[in-house]
Design a protein around this ligand. Structure first.
Ligand code: P71
Length: 891
């Protein structure tokens, strides 16, 4: 089997952890406070923390496992699950739990390593001799002449030691010291020798995955074996196998000692009670065992393994190409501090760490004991970072390398045997700073996606009646159906969610939300609703008299429907450019005051219920309105006593595009732009499921009209829930309060808008017709130009969305004839100017590599577009037909 390097993450992001970006000045202060030892720095002071132990991204299942703790002292169900996982993954029948790898080592040393014995090992960072000082010898028997499997044991040397007779056991580490993998053949030979001499082989498999990948890639006969099989073979070769929970199983702590030997297990069980805890928890919480059990099962998943290793290779290569002296580690680039800073005579590792933090906020720390080697591991927390972030970290190191001569020495003011004990009197070097320009968050939790074959996807779309709304999420690889409620929440939001005290009256979460939203919007009356359409219903019912007009800048499906249900007549007053997908006009979301004026001239101001003014207009392609337009419309309407209500669902994105496109706002913070926008309306209805970075929620606000607010609250009580929750769970309200604070972070919103544009640019470069310029939340493919041979009566956009799914596993949404519905007067399909397929980008969920995969897939489809035919209805619902309609292809 030949494996191609993966092109994108085989998962999506479920939760993010926000990153800190200390300023250069703050970094200097932090360094001084930390006594120039980056060990002392906390994650809040660090942008990228380049270590891989116990800080990996976990799966959603693992996180759920954290809440499934059976915290019994004895015989917890979590332990039974751990036993089952060990049996399934490692093939061992016994498991002794420990609090981490040190706990495992301690058990081994205290039970089966007699004082005065010899423990040959393939690594030099083993801590055995530290535990069992003074008199256990741990000769490093690594085969220095082996070019590929540098962790192999020198068999002749081992045999000689075994013949001497004083060996108690042999200790082999997978990817020894983070750098040296062994081959299966060598491991088996070691096992053969130990068996011949009646000794045990202990394997530290904390990095067995990386080692298994190396075997798969480089050892003859293993290329076709899955990682899971190789892992099991490695474990079964050992007499005793141990794993640090914080490494390959991506747990946050924990450890296990596994074996098939009942006597060894008995020995460990009787000892574990002394040092760790009972033999059924070993110093781990029940929830940790659960997380570890799930992590063990998941660590062998082929696609995840290939992705993690690909990132390591890529990162190491980039550093190397930049000239940085390093050794490739299993989990990152191990920088040779001695070669990086040859002009320093001492403390080269710490000087490197200090300079890297000073210039970039990146932490790389050489752990363990002082003077073990000259390396500073720059490790990649498993699955937690994007390629773009890793590229930039590599660039930060390269930039530092170019100015290495300016790095000044550190004077130790206190020394110790361990690196965390070091403290320096530091002098700041005169170095150029490195600026990151990437997502301001790391991946905290990932979510599995559906990877189907093309045939399976063909079956799935047929079963769904060629309607992407009816496809199962489990069958979708990259889900660009909507940016609504699909956000990855932050750990801070989850913390607020967990901490919220639920109530069915007023709650702290409600007051927090009112305060937070009042802060960012400046509106006096804040009324939570369960989502946007609930606000729309209330607003429409209270503001519209039957027969009144509701002018708006292009329709949105639910908005228009509620206006019509309340007896209103929607009139489109958006600028003409909005209907022209090829127009490059910057403000395609603007209201055309000429059109509005004409309506008022014809029917009088009294005939207008209110102006419904949407930001970053969804159906026009996420196109912004300008600040001037908002100001003008509001002034014009004010003169005529016509209320202006914003649909502020994507106002933050609109604010960001104002910052980009209006030179007067280039240096204004998003927060301030938003505050100004919010002056030019009388109220807002909002679907919180977009900008607010939440999965459910909405709001209706009024700037200062207390009477409207009272009427809205009356309707809210009838339709939705309490005035203090709108039917939302307290916890979701708390998450929303936190989300509205995060949404105006300049780095976040810019990185989002940039991501959308990057997808647009990739498509434009390859000639794919899309709505231009790229908007905020989505890229819209122009189905009329993509499939010019299909008439609108045969729903080209509907078919294109279906074909994009079949070709790529990407789910998109039709925004054309099907969504526009029929003209109620004639019963005929409207033939909207815009016949589009929307590739909508959820917030904080996909990386730029996902976007590249989307673009590549659509280009493949473009090349076979002539084969694609139209659709006809099999079932057509009366209202909002796009949700449930079913189709079949026309021949
Ligand atoms: C979107 C959605 C969700 C959606 C709604 C209807 C059909 C398909 C998908 C919802 C919006 C929106 C604007 C500007 C109000 C709502 C309704 N958008 N205004 O784009 O974009 O909010 O979904 O919270 O009820 O996929 P709600």
């Amino acid at each position: 089997m030949r494996r191609r390097p993966p092109t994108h993450e085989p998962h999506k992001i479920h939760t993010v952890r926000l990153l800190a970006f200390p300023t250069p000045q703050e970094r200097r202060e932090n360094l001084a406070k930390a006594r120039f030892n980056v060990f002392n720095m906390t994650p809040e002071q660090v942008t990228f923390d380049m270590c891989s132990n116990a800080v990996n991204a976990m799966s959603q299942a693992q996180r759920a496992g954290q809440y499934l703790g059976d915290e019994a002292y004895a015989g917890a169900r979590n332990f039974e699950n751990l036993e089952a996982a060990v049996e399934a993954v490692l093939g061992h029948s016994f498991v002794c739990p420990a609090h981490n790898l040190l706990g495992c080592l301690k058990l081994v040393v205290n039970t089966i390593v007699p004082q005065g014995s010899v423990v040959p090992a393939n690594n030099h960072r083993t801590r055995i001799e530290v535990f069992s000082a003074p008199d256990v010898d741990t000769p490093d028997v690594r085969d220095r002449s082996e070019p590929v499997f540098t962790g192999n044991v020198d068999l002749a040397r081992l045999e000689a030691l075994l013949e001497d007779g004083n060996v108690s056991l042999v200790m082999v580490q997978a990817f020894a010291d983070g750098q040296h993998p062994f081959s299966m053949a060598n491991l088996r030979a070691v096992r053969g020798l130990t068996r011949r001499f009646g000794k045990r082989l202990i394997v530290d498999g904390s990095r067995v995955i990386e080692n298994a990948w190396y075997i798969q890639k480089h050892e003859p006969g293993f290329a076709d074996l899955p990682i899971a099989d190789i892992v099991k073979q490695v474990a079964k070769t050992a007499t005793v196998f141990m794993v640090d929970g914080g490494q390959d199983p991506k747990c946050n702590t924990g450890g296990i000692l596994t074996t098939d030997n009942p006597d060894d297990h008995e020995t460990f069980m009787n000892r574990v009670v002394i040092h760790e805890g009972l033999h059924t928890y070993g110093g781990m919480a029940g929830r940790t065992m659960e997380m570890l059990a799930i992590g063990l099962r998941e660590m062998c998943e082929e696609d995840e393994v290939q992705w993690a290793i690909y990132q390591t290779e890529r990162f190491t290569q980039r550093c190397r190409d930049g000239g940085v002296p390093l050794e490739r580690g299993c989990d990152g680039a191990y920088v040779r501090a001695d070669q990086f800073l040859p002009h320093l005579s001492a403390h080269q590792q710490d000087a490197f760490s200090v300079a890297l933090y000073q210039t970039s906020g990146v932490r790389a720390f050489a752990p363990g004991r002082v003077d073990r080697d000259d390396l500073v591991p720059v490790q990649i927390p498993r699955l937690a970072m994007t390629n773009e972030q890793l590229d930039q970290v590599a660039d930060a190191i390269i930039a530092l390398y170019r100015q290495r001569d300016a790095i000044k020495p550190l004077q130790a003011v206190s020394e110790g045997a361990w690196r965390d004990q070091m403290a320096y009197h530091g002098v700041f070097s005169d170095l150029d700073d490195f600026e990151f320009d990437t997502f301001p968050y790391e991946i905290h939790t990932i979510e599995k996606v559906g990877v189907l074959s093309r045939e399976e996807r063909e079956r799935a779309i047929r079963a769904a009646g060629y309607n992407t709304f009816l496809v199962r999420s489990a069958d979708v690889e990259i889900d660009l159906l909507t940016d609504s409620g699909t956000t990855a929440m932050s750990t801070d939001q989850w913390a607020a969610h967990a901490a919220a005290r639920a109530g069915s009256t007023a709650t702290d979460a409600y007051y927090d939300f009112v305060r937070a939203l009042g802060d960012v919007m400046g509106h006096e009356h804040v009324i939570p609703t369960h989502q946007g359409r609930a606000a729309e219903q209330i607003l429409s019912e209270m503001m519209i008299e039957p027969g009144q007009f509701v002018p708006g800048n292009m329709y949105f499906t639910t908005t228009k429907l509620h206006q019509e249900l309340a007896g209103g007549v929607f009139v489109d007053v958006i600028v003409d450019e909005a209907h022209d997908p090829e127009s490059e006009y910057s403000w395609k979301g603007n209201i055309d005051l000429g059109k509005l004026g004409k309506l008022v001239d014809e029917h009088g101001a009294d005939s207008i219920a209110y102006v419904s003014f949407e930001h970053a207009v969804n159906m026009a392609g996420g196109q912004p309105a300008s600040m001037d337009n908002m100001k003008e419309v509001y002034a014009w309407c004010g003169d005529r006593n016509i209320p202006v209500i914003f649909d502020a669902t994507r106002s933050v994105e609109n604010a960001c595009m104002i910052q980009e496109r209006d030179p007067r706002y280039r240096d204004t913070r998003i927060r301030d732009i938003l505050r100004e926008m919010m002056l030019y309306c009388d109220g807002c209805s909002v679907s919180g499921k977009k900008d607010f970075l939440i999965n459910i929620g909405g709001v209706q606000t009024f700037r200062d009209n207390a009477e409207w607010a009272a009427r809205a609250r009356d309707l809210l009580r009838i339709y939705e829930g309490n005035v203090t929750d709108g039917g939302l769970a307290t916890a979701d309200l708390a998450a929303m309060a936190r989300g509205v604070e995060e949404m105006t972070n300049d780095r976040y919103i810019r990185s989002r808008i940039r991501q959308t544009r990057a997808l647009g640019d990739m498509l434009i470069e390859r000639g794919i017709p899309i709505v231009r310029p790229a908007g905020g939340h989505a890229i819209f493919v122009d189905a009329k130009r993509f499939l010019p041979h299909i008439d609108q009566e045969e729903f080209p956009a509907q078919r294109l969305a279906a074909e994009i799914y079949v070709e790529t596993g990407v789910r998109a949404m039709e925004r054309g004839t099907v969504s526009k519905d029929r003209d109620p007067k004639t019963g005929k399909n409207f033939r909207p100017k815009l016949e589009l397929v929307r590739l909508t980008i959820p917030r904080r969920v996909y990386t730029n590599d996902h976007m590249r995969a989307v673009a590549d897939g659509i280009v493949r489809l473009w090349d076979r577009r002539h084969e694609i035919t139209g659709l006809r209805f099999v079932y057509e619902p009366k209202r909002l037909r796009f949700f449930q309609a079913r189709f079949e292809p026309v021949a």
